[in-house]
Design a protein around this ligand. Structure first.
Ligand SMILES: *[C@@H]1O[C@H](CO)[C@@H](O)[C@H](O)[C@H]1NC(C)=O
Ligand SMILES: *[C@@H]1O[C@H](CO)[C@@H](O)[C@H](O)[C@H]1NC(C)=O
Ligand SMILES: *[C@@H]1O[C@H](CO)[C@@H](O)[C@H](O)[C@H]1NC(C)=O
Ligand SMILES: *[C@@H]1O[C@H](CO)[C@@H](O)[C@H](O)[C@H]1NC(C)=O
Length: 212
């Protein structure tokens, strides 16, 4: 556990010290108010690892450890990847605990022929189509209790904003946490909670009719 934590810290701290151009998914802001934003993300590709668990930080660390190996050569091309941001954790509650899917953003440079992961890492390559995400920024450490507070606050903001509009919150039950900073930074941390939204026509959000 300590080793896995150090690996995550090493990765996230590299994000911070290497101040130059880190690849991130591209988006435009289509709506903004003080408590949340709606972003239209372009198509993006991600390498993902899923674990079943009950703790956000433990599950994120465990899944990230598998991605870390891939990024550092545990793939059939022995490719090493430049770091990217953010690291996402999508949480879907299930009967016992939750499914935690942690994602590493795949630079468009590689997405046409992503090197195959070692099979034992059990990773999946996900291509996301262009879509809208409601985003609430929160400081501090992303932990199970802070996360549930933030997600509720975002849902409340969206209830007001979406009232009378034909938009659809894509998944009522699952949400995504985006992390940008090294674990050792106690202050100045930036995290986000994301919820997929479709059908906000005036804002230019694609409508997928729930078919993902
Ligand atoms: C999760 O993080 C909190 C604080 O960052 C820590 O107190 C707790 O022990 C961690 N839990 C696990 C399972 O790592
Ligand atoms: C990985 O190797 C395969 C087969 O040799 C090759 O087709 C592919 O282009 C390589 N991908 C990268 C990103 O180097
Ligand atoms: C959000 O939208 C993307 C793009 O269509 C999709 O791949 C993803 O599964 C959706 N759900 C979550 C929780 O991110
Ligand atoms: C955390 O990440 C955000 C987004 O990349 C950045 O603006 C901020 O300066 C970082 N905070 C610290 C303490 O490095």
């Amino acid at each position: 556990m300590v080793k896995v934590l150090l690996v995550l810290i090493a990765y996230l701290s590299f994000l911070v010290v290497s101040g130059h151009a880190i690849d991130s998914p591209q988006y435009t802001v289509v709506h903004s108010q003080s408590d949340f934003q709606i972003r239209l993300y372009r198509q993006s590709s991600w390498m993902s690892a899923t674990v079943h668990g009950t703790s956000f930080n433990k599950s994120t660390k465990d899944a990230f450890h598998r991605l870390y190996k891939y990024i550092h050569g545990a793939n059939l091309n022995s490719s090493q990847f430049a770091i990217t941001a953010p690291v996402l954790t999508s949480v879907t509650p299930s009967a016992l605990g939750s499914e935690y899917t942690v994602r590493f953003f795949f630079s468009p440079k590689y997405e046409e022929s992503p090197p195959q992961p070692y099979p034992e890492l059990n990773l999946q390559f996900d291509k996301w189509r262009s879509h809208c995400v409601a985003v609430r920024v929160f400081p501090g450490f992303a932990k199970d209790d802070t996360i549930s507070k933030e997600i509720k606050a975002l849902e409340t903001s969206l209830d007001d904003y979406l009232f009378g509009k034909s938009a659809v919150l894509e998944e009522k039950n699952s949400y995504t946490i985006a992390q940008y900073n090294a674990s050792y930074h106690p202050t100045g941390r930036v995290n986000e909670v994301w919820l997929n939204i479709s059908g906000l026509t005036a804002e230019g959000c694609p409508s997928y009719g729930g078919k993902y």
